[in-house]
Design a protein around this ligand. Structure first.
Ligand code: 4AD
Ligand code: MG
Length: 438
């Protein structure tokens, strides 16, 4: 077959031509005279129609023999569907089997999630998973474009690190020659160094947390994008966060309509994501949570001083139709590097952005302690080894400025924007407490 390969996504531009599709058999049915093949090639799906009387015996025979997920090369003529404008079909002239697939474990019938996760390497071929991962790709492109177009410099940060950034209880330790190293929990500390060099920076890479929690929001390996801005204050970073999230959601609405439809996402909810977002001080969030408990909508009563748990976040984010920015948590429940509120030194100048519809935290960030004294005090209070942070403390000795930034977990954002139940489907190969394979 010498006909030029055409991708299904581009088939509309090749009507009336003879094309070759190189792909796999997704599904099929046959009447004995007519075969209907659903063919996928990674770019899309198309129905191929094989008519016994119009093709060679070998092509007819191959179409009858081909099993689900057999790799096939099909030659034929695309045409518009007689009743559905914009939908194309292929009149199959020739079909060649590249490899006849063994009996495929994933059939159109229902499977349990654990079974599907065990077969993740194959599950990725299904329509729904493709839609989710295409949205993920669009979000990543939108993230990069947003920062690149806004004067940020991409500065990659290391994965092997000598110390904790987000608390010692979720560190993955690895042997590093004669020494110990940890897989990075966040690029933030390095961002603070590059922000002092370049002003506005971001890093974007895999991050690791030895989370023992088995929730629908936690992975042990996830991708985080983190901007950091010199001279920015808490308010500036909140404004950046709302512009950023609105831009990403808008981009997906604009370019991934088909995928959102496939996922049955209620896009009216996403259309509402435009600045400004509500800003809620932690103190007031506590009042709302206590009221929610009093009204019987929240099981346990929240006490001032704690960090918000998943049910609290779900409840709060259900109260708004836009992301809500909860700021100024008690310093005691937040990371060591937080700047304290000059009016209330027991509070940290930090923000968590909770996505609506009960999705919970998608962004965490804030202003960083700018003074050497406060930072050293916090390092000691958190029982962190000062020696591992000497380079970080240098940043407070040589031209320290107010600065702020945040981190967004890509998988949390994809979960929310796609409207999914669980974060596990938002990354090709999720890593979780009980999942290291495939
Ligand atoms: O709130 P976190 O822990 O903040 C930081 O790491 C800061 N150093 C970021 C910064 O200011 N530069 O994590 C930030 C975001 C969360 O809001 C969430 O979206 C995601 O990272 N995240 C996780 N996503 C999936 N699984 C986990 N275990 C996650 N932990 C955090
Ligand atoms: Mg957080």
């Amino acid at each position: 077959m010498n006909t030029k390969q055409t991708y299904i996504s581009e088939i509309g531009g090749h009507l009336g031509e003879e094309v070759a599709i190189k792909g796999w058999l997704y599904n099929k049915r046959s009447s004995g005279k007519l075969g209907f093949l659903e063919i996928r090639d990674g770019s899309g799906l198309i129905q191929g129609v094989v008519s016994k009387k119009d093709v060679s015996d070998s092509t007819w025979d191959a179409s009858e023999r081909a099993t689900q997920e057999s790799s096939i090369i099909v030659r034929g003529a695309p045409r518009e569907h007689p009743k559905k404008p914009g939908v194309y079909e292929l009149d199959v002239h020739e079909l060649e089997i590249v490899q006849l697939a063994h009996e495929y474990p994933i059939t159109p019938k229902e499977h349990g999630v654990e079974f599907l996760m065990d077969h993740r390497h194959l599950w990725l071929r299904s329509r729904r998973q493709q839609a989710i991962l295409r949205v993920r790709h669009e979000i990543i492109r939108a993230v990069r474009d947003f920062f690149d177009d806004d004067g940020f410099i991409l500065c990659d940060t290391p994965i092997f690190t000598p110390a904790a950034c987000e608390g010692t209880t979720t560190l993955f330790e690895v042997d590093y020659f004669e020494d110990k190293a940890y897989l990075t929990q966040s690029g933030q500390l390095y961002n603070e160094a590059t922000a002092a060099a370049f002003g506005k920076v971001y890093c974007f890479g895999p991050t690791f947390r030895a989370e023992k929690s088995k929730t629908r929001r936690h992975l042990t390996e996830f991708w985080m994008v983190e901007p950091e801005v010199a001279y920015a204050k808490l308010d500036d970073i909140m404004t950046l966060a709302e512009r950023f999230l609105s831009s990403i959601v808008g981009r997906v609405l604009d370019r991934r309509k088909e995928e959102l439809k496939q996922l049955e996402r209620d896009t009216a909810q996403l259309e509402k994501i435009v600045p400004p977002f509500p800003r809620l001080q932690y103190d007031d969030a506590v009042k709302l949570l206590q009221q929610g408990h009093a009204e019987g909508n929240l099981e346990s009563r929240f006490e001032w001083g704690g960090d918000l748990g998943s049910p609290d976040e779900t409840y709060l984010s259900g109260l708004y139709d836009k992301p809500v920015m909860v700021h100024r948590y008690p310093a005691a429940v937040k990371a060591f590097y937080m700047e304290s509120d000059p009016d209330r030194p027991d509070l940290a100048l930090c923000v968590d952005v909770l996505a609506p519809e009960g999705y919970g935290e998608v962004i965490g960030g804030g202003e960083r302690a700018a003074s050497l004294e406060l930072l050293m005090q916090r390092i000691n209070e958190h029982g962190l080894p000062e020696s591992a942070f000497d380079w970080y403390l240098d940043l407070r000795k040589y031209g320290s400025v107010p600065h702020a930034g945040f981190g967004m977990g890509i998988e949390r954002a994809v979960t929310w924007i796609c409207g999914l139940e669980h974060v596990r489907e938002t990354i090709p190969f999720p890593r979780m407490l009980y999942r290291l394979k495939p």
